[in-house]
Design a protein around this ligand. Structure first.
Ligand SMILES: Nc1ncnc2c1ncn2[C@@H]1O[C@H](COP(=O)(O)OP(=O)(O)O)[C@@H](O)[C@H]1O
Ligand SMILES: [Mg+2]
Length: 253
């Protein structure tokens, strides 16, 4: 059974950046194939990975609603949906990507969602590593898969307000009753040493600090040039600290 690593945290805290850095690490280490799941409707994981996508799980579901009365002879609704799921999977060497897209509007999508959920659960099981980039509280993802999360990484910026928001997001996620093995905190754009006030707040909230990521000028440059973060050089400070974090995560088993 593979390892599912998921990000949570409010917008702009570095979830997509960390997802891409983790995927870069896993690829370099040959820990493949990796499934990347983009479950943030306002995300840009696709760009960070330098992949091209034309369809999401949302569009597959819409296609189903347009076609369901008119399926090719001999094809069941279930087979059709399974085929659609495989159609939207973007494949590249050692790395596949699934984009969830926008959540559905009003209407009854239960039948399609149940089938898609079952197939997504099966798909996830095929990969030794699954990296999920989520919107703040993971609501979208929790409706799409029953699969548990092994390592949930809460992202925060370097502020007390940011860290307290993690406390609130953690409560929201607990209400979803997702099964989560371990939870960690990662502070992005952090200075070298943390202020004792900040460290105390982490302790008060009972969060486990996995590590911090420094402000990285190479990331900023790649972002400006529209270059994928998978191509970041080994000397990028963020790449180096994420390697350390991943080694700790992998040791946790
Ligand atoms: N450590 C870092 N150094 C430099 N830029 C960063 C760093 N972390 C994130 N960024 C930049 O900050 C912005 C927000 O990060 P992003 O990963 O997209 O956040 P989220 O996915 O949580 O909304 C992006 O433009 C990203 O390039
Ligand atoms: Mg994002």
């Amino acid at each position: 059974m593979g390892k599912v690593i998921a990000m949570a945290g409010k917008g702009g805290t570095g979830k997509t950046t960390l997802s891409a850095l983790i995927i870069r690490y896993l690829r370099k280490r040959g820990l493949k194939p990796i499934l990347a799941v983009d479950a943030d409707p306002s995300s840009n994981l696709v760009d960070a990975l330098g992949l091209k996508v034309n369809k999401s799980l949302g569009t597959a579901r819409e296609d189903f609603f347009e076609t369901k009365g008119n399926l090719p002879p001999g094809m069941t609704k279930e087979t059709y949906l399974e085929m659609k799921l495989h159609e939207i999977l973007v494949e590249s060497p050692g790395l596949d990507l699934l984009v969830m897209g926008r959540p559905e509007g009003p209407g009854c999508y239960c039948y399609a969602n149940n089938i898609l959920r079952r197939h997504l659960d099966l798909l996830i099981k095929n990969y030794p590593f699954v990296v999920m980039d989520n919107e703040a509280g993971m609501e979208h993802l929790s409706r799409r898969t029953t699969q548990g999360v092994d390592q949930l990484l809460f992202l925060s910026d370097y502020s007390l307000k940011g860290i307290r928001t993690v406390g609130k997001i953690r409560e929201l996620i607990e209400e979803l009753k997702l099964s989560v093995k371990e939870k960690h905190l990662v502070v992005d754009r952090a200075p070298n040493g943390l202020d004792p006030v900040f460290s105390r707040e982490i302790q008060n909230l009972g969060l486990n600090l996995l590590g911090t990521i420094p402000e990285d000028a190479i990331i900023a440059e790649y972002e400006m040039k529209g270059r994928p973060l998978l191509d970041l050089p080994d000397e990028s400070p963020a790449v180096q600290v994420v390697a350390g974090m991943m080694e700790r995560i992998i040791k946790m088993g």
